[in-house]
Design a protein around this ligand. Sequence first.
Ligand SMILES: Nc1ncnc2c1ncn2[C@@H]1O[C@H](COP(=O)(O)OP(=O)(O)OP(=O)(O)O)[C@@H](O)[C@H]1O
Length: 463
Amino acid sequence: MEDDHCNSLSHQDSDLDLSFTSSTSIATTSARSSLTRSSLCLSFNDSTRISSVSTTTSSTQIPNINPRPHRNSDSDWSAVRAATNLSSDGRLHLHHLKLVRHVGSGNLGRVFLCRLRDSDHANFALKVVDNNLLTSKKLLQVQTEARILSSLDHPFLPTLYAHMEASHYTCFLIDYCSNGDLHSLMKKQPNYRFPIDSVRFFAAEVLVAIEYLHSIGIVYRDLKPENVLIRSDGHIMLSDFDLCFSADVVPKLDNRIIRNVTRKTHRNRFGLSGRYSRRRGETERMPEFVAEPTTAFSRACVGTHEYLAPELITGDGHGNGVDWWAFGVLIYELLYGTTPFRGSSKESTLRNITSETVRFDDENTRGMAEAKDLIEKLLVKDPLGRLGCARGATDIKRHPFFAGIKWPLIRMYRPPEVRGLTVKKSSKAHVGHVGGWPLYQKKRRSLLKGLSCILLKYKGAKR
Ligand SMILES: Nc1ncnc2c1ncn2[C@@H]1O[C@H](COP(=O)(O)OP(=O)(O)OP(=O)(O)O)[C@@H](O)[C@H]1O
């Protein structure tokens, strides 16, 4: 009941109405339950980069509005900006918000669906952390999450509209994802398995989100379907950044050498450069942008059992490769409804991860051979030989499983039609399904056909 506003926040931050903390009795929309695979955070003898963050909590307000270029002109930002402009100190406060309902609880805090008091059209998620209930380790995780959230600016990652520190609460105002998480959606599918084109869609978007995180030096470390939320438009949003660590990244332009291919430009009848032909025997250099934190290093054992990479379990230290391993596990789970190394206990799962190779017992229906090949290349025990570890998403995007995807248009693909996914119509034009031929290409072809007919007629008339 979205409109049954639960306990609202008080009008003065200094005089917080804490009654909303009792709202846990309200049913959660997410399928999170006691069966949820929880993230673990064990430290070996390594302080990791997280420790560079100060442990003191500030009661003063952190400047809470950062411009987010990719969302700058959208209505949610406009609503937040309008509320902020009316505020006496030019900041957003808790009293500008009304809570609608409790959405779920995590390791660190609770998440509420909320709206701005003066504008009912935009939904937001408010993550509320009670600092008094946290150990110093968890406080560090909250600070990591705050730091990471404030640096993100990507359509498949949360936009931090405001970061509020009030009394002993830390609050993050981010995008609300009305379609819940991918794990809950998976449970609604027949045999918990998504059709292959849906897996391709979700995997492609997750890949782009991780590519962005790595390009700014963030190793995510907690990839799993529970942390892939789905927005109202059917596109994904990665969540939960408390286990991330930061590393240096040096972006570079690599030259990819393509053998046996020569491109020769043809001229079409209008004198425009048209299609290319290929000739054997020559090589071509193609510049590619690579920004992968290949020197990232941490010894902390964090993540979720079934998704841990072998190097995390052995504790020898790990880097960017843990995300590419987890990406392989994610694709496997979305396709098969279970993870590849799952054992009868957590210990046997960990043993399987370090000793077993991934196995597939089913037939190769359409697209499955490519999917299996990609999974095998991601689930290589040695990170040095794992796809993605050396050059990041650039290499993974080229895998035949993703053939045909127009990566710059990824936001424009139509989300899959799967059971339980309600996609709100957006004003954005779609370019087709990820598995199919983008619609805009069909349109462009018929437009060109029409144009050439007109030009031929015109030439004929002149003669
Ligand atoms: N922006 C959001 N929109 C909709 N639901 C959300 C949003 N963020 C979190 N949730 C849901 O709220 C619940 C709690 O999320 P939260 O991130 O606090 O916990 P968590 O995922 O368990 O993370 P942690 O690892 O920090 O415990 C989860 O069920 C999650 O799916």
